[in-house]
Design a protein around this ligand. Sequence first.
Ligand code: VG1
Ligand code: CO
Length: 545
Amino acid sequence: MKILTIPTKPFDDQRPGTSGLRKKVSVFKSENYLQNFVQSLFNALGTENVKGKVLAIGGDGRYYNREAIQIIAKMAIAAGFGRLMIAKGGIISTPAMSCVIRKYKTFGGIILSASHNPGGENGDFGIKYNNESGAPAPLRITEAIFAESKKITSYNIADIEDIDIDTTSVFKLGNTEIQVFDGVDDYVELMKELFDFEALRALFASGFTMRYDALHAVTGPYAKRIFENELGAKEGTVVNGTPLPDFGGGHPDPNLTYAKGLVDVMFSQNAPDFGAASDGDGDRNMILGNNAYVNPSDSLAIITANYNCVKGYKQGLSGVARSMPTSAAVDKVADKMGLKCYETPTGWKFFGNLMDAGLVTFCGEESFGTGSNHIREKDGIWAILFWLSILAARKKSVTEVQAEHWQTFGRNYYSRYDYEGVESEKAAMLMSNLEEKLPSLIGKKFGGFIVKEADNFSYKDSVDSSVSEKQGIRIIFSDTSRIIFRLSGTGTSGATIRIYFEKYESDKNKLSLNPQEALSELVNIACEVSDIKAITGMEKPSVIT
Ligand code: VG1
Ligand code: CO
């Protein structure tokens, strides 16, 4: 087999963000762009180190997935990997990839996805490396990739025909064994270990109804297999279940704005008992009931409080974690249960160390991400199975479970405002203006709210002591209400400013307000201190969740 060494020049924009490297498809398709990044990854991992190792490869099926897999596989062969595990058809969800890496103890895995970002020829593409624990590469590695990408001069690629990735099989190419495997099987097996499928079958057999919207993204095949085939939900429970390269033109983000089709059904007269959706790569989840919506921060808290409804966790929890902007609803539960609750920066990679060290069992983010130590990624279908298990065990509706939770723990009113497509300079200016102002805000009164603390969140990892600075501006009030500002690290054009609002309410008569009303004063304070309308020229956020 001939290995070609192709000369190349560095790009200067290959620093992985919150969740890998994300760019427009056109950027990824430009000459040597993907190749440079992949070679930089292999260089960062150590060219001697990767020889003979096992690498898993797959993606969420978006446009350019199949071409990218061919390029990466040929480069991995050239790099001397001993075995490549390639998901059949190139299709595997992010949680399933994390499961496969752990189960087969691979050296690592490459996931091709831009998650909830739109796909198609004019959409986004992405690449992410996960390490041997199945977690997204830590900053130490992503920074090393970035450093390599700035000095790359050539890359290596095997000069071979395209590999057949559509039939499960094992064969050899040069010194590398290629194993094309089914991306769904191992994941389904893992779910069977954690959840009582018998009990869930009984739930559906009793007439329980569900609608699952795969948004034409990767989870369709998983959902059909699990909900319809294994658990006996009636055919048609899974909608938009065929992964399409452009996600049917939609935005595969399971929230109230982008999963509107599902939301409309769930808030109609004939709504099923339960509704759920996942994102492009299957790691996010949205939980809905008959005319009910569970915000992701509450979902994490409710899952924690109901851990003993699921067989895989009956032995107890070691601790929980949430990202800093996520509401403190889970903190309340952890307090009561005597569990430690960790607060990390945004992005799943920060949970990995805590899980590897056995410090946490559940973790979650406000951005529709929930998961556990069964893998090292957030897991959409897992969260949905968890909710089904709660409903099956407690024989209550989503509305009832949620209302009882608030009665017990109080309610953390919560909302996130996204200002998308802001010019990068303006967004940076807003953040730096705000940061300068922080010391002067402390002690300041805004109506009934008094600022108690104001800082830019810095996190020290309790396992490896690494420090991550400037992870979001926090304005914390004396009643524990919070306003948080941060810039998105997953966008591909311009900047997205995210503002997060939280207010805790323990008065049992004030638990069913509209969150936007409950938070309106905080929204006004945020606009005042940040001057966001004047700086961005935007009257309103583009998305409210
Ligand atoms: C967003 C979310 C964050 C999540 C990340 C990756 O990041 O806010 O909570 O971990 O996406 O999710 P940012 O930097 O844009 O706020 V996914 O589903 O893309 O893997
Ligand atoms: Co995702």
